[in-house]
Design a binder for this molecule. Structure first.
Ligand code: ADP
Length: 104
């Protein structure tokens, strides 16, 4: 499927979820307040991502049409700091109950 240049892979199973590019502004970050990023890690990721791009997508939950990031905090911050508009995400469809589990 050609999606305006964005890779879009439909898939299921343990590896789960389709991989799409989402705008950073579309991703809600329920874990941001509780976890602190390691600035050195973010710096190294910025260097690497600017050279070779994001090699492993971050995981997001899709709940009722909204996207919630629950991993990849350092990769997400590296994208913000690099001024990149989008980030490659693996999307896992989930219920509100599952979302609540991830927020605990
Ligand atoms: P995060 O909070 O983003 O998960 P970690 O430091 O725990 O940060 O993990 C960084 C992850 O980013 C690793 O799984 C690594 O494989 C992945 N990754 C994706 N793209 C890159 C890249 N270009 N350079 C380095 N690591 C990358």
């Amino acid at each position: 499927e050609n999606n305006g240049g964005f890779r879009r892979v439909e898939g299921r199973g343990r590896a789960g979820g389709r991989v799409i590019e989402l705008r950073l502004t579309e991703i809600r970050r329920p874990l941001r307040r509780v976890r602190q990023n390691d600035p050195e890690k973010v710096k190294m990721l910025m260097e690497s991502i600017s050279k070779i791009g994001l090699q492993v997508p971050i995981d997001v939950l899709e709940v009722e049409g909204k996207y919630y990031g629950f991993s990849g905090c350092h990769r997400f911050e590296a994208h913000i700091r690099l001024g990149l508009p989008t980030i490659r995400c693996k999307v896992h469809k989930a219920s509100k109950a599952i979302l609540r589990l991830h927020m605990m």
